[in-house]
Write a new protein. Structure first.
Length: 468
């Protein structure tokens, strides 16, 4: 690595802004799951958009790739280097200011390094609500959330990150700064450029700040955990809750029993309230205090119990209990990792095909990967299931035929008219699926966009597009 580049980066970033020692770089070079670890030439920690622009210009001039990083909680190793070419990790976590809170326009302009929890809290303190919520929210950062178009538990009612973004500030591959932060819900002046960068996984530009929608505060919520016999029953329960609550149904998660048990194992006093083959977590919310979500939820559950759709149900009696239900669900990924990990998948299928997909996965595993344990849970209302295959009891994850399992699960989802990556993106771990399942026309369009915006391939090389 040319010492000249490191000296120039150091001059731009100042004291503490550039990490070069291997032990300082290591946590940034390894992905959340510990599957990928590749060296970076250094880790840059800018504090301003101007510094990001200078870094991009310097790296481009020296032919060094840039790997943007936020909380590094992504599940496809998009935020850590690929093997081979020299790359700099550009971590935006020190750019974490809230620039503007505009209550007249119901929006907030914040920098890329703000965590999701900090954003949610800022909205709450202002008497508003920011609806994106996911298990890694204490660590995941705004830039990463937008770059992965993160979903989470309330997409059902509010949409994913894409739906929250009103504007972006982006540093382009030549170092130019695009200020597209205007808080305009309507602006039909040509291409909607911000959409290019949302979900682009840092391959087209570096997001330095965003303008996001805020929503009315939630006045009342009611949550319940229901026991169901199958994914089919879970789907019917979802449909009945949706019919009763409409857009007020803000959360509907499905977990097979083994999955929820992993979450329970992560929490103190972690017993499940009752045993069932599967569980549905439902939440109905209202912004108008005159509405009573608890009454709607009680009636949905009473009907479900009467019709045999649910075998048991517990309604949260306090905010503490409601948060505990959510914590149970959110702890599944960590419980899975703590118990040895899994070959992970994040598929979506048209909603009505969820039961068939779950059944087909169990049959596939029993036939082709006997002894392996399917860990199935996810965002039922979005048709999005995490289908993770754990090794047989006592066996290590490394003994599994990972590529064959992924090929089989992803192909199954595609055969049901679905997607092989619903919300986690492609990064460097889903490139095989991308080559296998994305149409040549779609890949050609993606390559054309990449070539137009980053012809030298400086931004996040080796990610998202096979062969890029
Ligand atoms: C326990 C757990 C639960 C999760 N649950 C969900 C879930 O329910 N739904 C969901 O969608 N995801 C989920 N995830 C995945 C992850 O949290 C999200 O993908 C999140 O958006 C990543 O944010 P991050 O700041 O950690 O991004 P990182 O991991 O740092 O980066 C993710 C990608 O974005 C790029 N990037 C980061 N910052 C920028 C920037 N400023 N400009 C341009 N590119 C950038 C990176 O290069 C990388 O490609 C979960 C992860 C964990 C560990």
């Amino acid at each position: 690595m040319p010492a000249a580049l490191l000296a120039a980066l150091s001059a731009v970033l100042g004291q503490g802004g550039l990490l070069t020692a291997p032990q300082d770089r290591a946590p940034y070079e390894r992905d959340w799951r510990g599957l990928v670890q590749n060296p970076a030439v250094a880790v840059a920690l800018p504090k301003t958009t101007a510094q990001v622009s200078d870094i991009v210009k310097l790296c481009a001039a020296h032919g060094v790739g840039i790997v943007p990083q936020g909380g590094n909680t992504g599940l496809v190793a998009g935020a850590v280097p690929v093997a081979g070419a020299p790359q700099l990790i550009l971590c935006l976590n020190r750019m974490n200011r809230i620039r503007t809170l505009d209550l007249a326009a119901d929006c907030i302009i914040a920098e890329a390094g703000l965590t999701l929890v900090e954003l949610q809290n800022a909205a709450t303190e202002a008497g508003r609500f920011f609806p994106v919520s996911l298990g890694a929210e204490g660590t995941a950062r705004l830039g990463g959330l937008i770059s992965t178009n993160a979903g989470g538990m309330q997409v059902l009612s509010y949409g994913s990150m894409r739906a929250q973004v009103l504007g972006l500030e982006v540093v382009l591959a030549d170092g130019a700064i695009w200020d597209g932060l205007a808080a305009l819900p309507k602006d039909n002046t040509g291409y909607d450029l911000k959409q290019l960068f949302i979900g682009a996984e840092g391959t087209l530009g570096i997001i330095t700040a965003a303008c996001l929608r805020l929503y009315p505060a939630i006045a009342a919520r009611a949550s319940a955990l229901a026991g169901v016999a199958s994914a089919e029953a879970a789907l019917r329960l979802f449909q009945s809750a949706r019919a009763a609550a409409g857009a007020g149904l803000t959360l509907c998660e499905y977990m097979e029993d083994k999955a929820l048990a992993l979450g329970a194992g992560q929490l103190a006093g972690g017993a499940l309230p009752f045993a069932a083959p599967g569980y549905v977590l439902l939440e109905i919310s209202a912004t108008d205090p005159a509405h009573a979500p608890a009454a709607t939820l009680e009636s949905v559950l009473a009907d479900a119990l009467a019709q045999g759709l649910a075998s048991d149900a517990v309604i949260a009696q306090s905010e503490r209990e409601r948060l505990r239900f959510i914590a149970l669900r959110e702890a599944i990924s960590e419980g899975e990792l703590a118990s040895g990990g899994a070959v992970k998948h994040d598929i979506s299928v048209p909603l009505g095909r969820i039961p068939a997909m779950a059944t087909a996965v169990h049959a596939l595993v029993a036939r082709d990967f006997p002894g392996c344990i399917p860990n199935i849970f996810g965002h039922l209302g979005d048709g999005n299931l995490h289908i993770n295959i754990r090794p047989p009891q006592g066996a290590a994850l490394t003994t599994l035929p990972k590529a064959a399992i992924s090929e089989a699960v992803e192909s199954l989802a595609v055969s049901f008219g679905g997607s092989f990556s619903a919300e986690h993106g492609i990064g460097q771990l889903r490139l095989t699926g991308m080559a296998a399942h994305k149409s040549p026309v779609a890949l050609g369009l993606m390559r054309a966009v990449k070539q137009a915006l980053d012809p030298a391939g400086v931004l996040n090389p080796g990610k998202t597009i096979p062969g890029a």
